[in-house]
Design a protein around this ligand. Structure first.
Ligand SMILES: [Zn+2]
Ligand SMILES: [Zn+2]
Length: 148
């Protein structure tokens, strides 16, 4: 799917929070970015959530004692830095991957926005007009990252 140069970069991806207390490294492929416009993501992020994802086995976290998890629904939790408040992760119960906020990645990411989801729940103060496919829920789109 991706060309080799992109794969190389995505196999050595790093990121972290605004203050630097929480850093992470991904030693495996990343999923393209999905923008979620659901009301939970909008409240948690202040706008909408743009996230890539990686298999659990491929992500390692430094400063995890500064990472706080909030149970945002019965089936998911969100991870943020307890010092600076940066939103870093979304983790669905029983899913084999962890979603990572695209804005927390170090540049260049080599990633592209691939999908807008929960578009019916978007805020009324913006339009989605970038030509990227839109759907409510996933509708046939598999959000699981490559397992590498
Ligand atoms: Zn921080
Ligand atoms: Zn959402």
């Amino acid at each position: 799917m991706a060309h080799p140069a992109q794969d190389d970069r995505q196999n050595n991806c790093q990121g972290g929070c605004l203050c630097g207390a929480v850093r992470y490294r991904v030693a495996g492929p990343l999923r393209p970015v999905i923008a979620c416009h659901c009301s939970q993501c909008r409240r948690a992020t202040g706008h909408y959530m743009a996230a890539t994802a990686a298999a659990h086995a491929h992500i390692s976290i430094e400063g995890a004692d500064n990472l706080t998890w909030f149970d945002s629904s019965p089936t998911a939790r969100r991870g943020f830095c307890r010092l600076c408040g940066s939103n870093l992760f979304w983790e669905g119960k029983d899913l084999p991957y962890i979603s990572i906020t695209a804005g927390s990645l170090d540049s260049p990411t080599g990633l592209k926005l691939d999908r807008h989801i929960y578009v019916a729940d978007k805020g009324d103060y913006y339009e989605i007009a970038d030509g990227v496919p839109q759907s409510q829920a996933f509708e046939g789109y598999d959000p699981t990252p490559p397992q590498g």
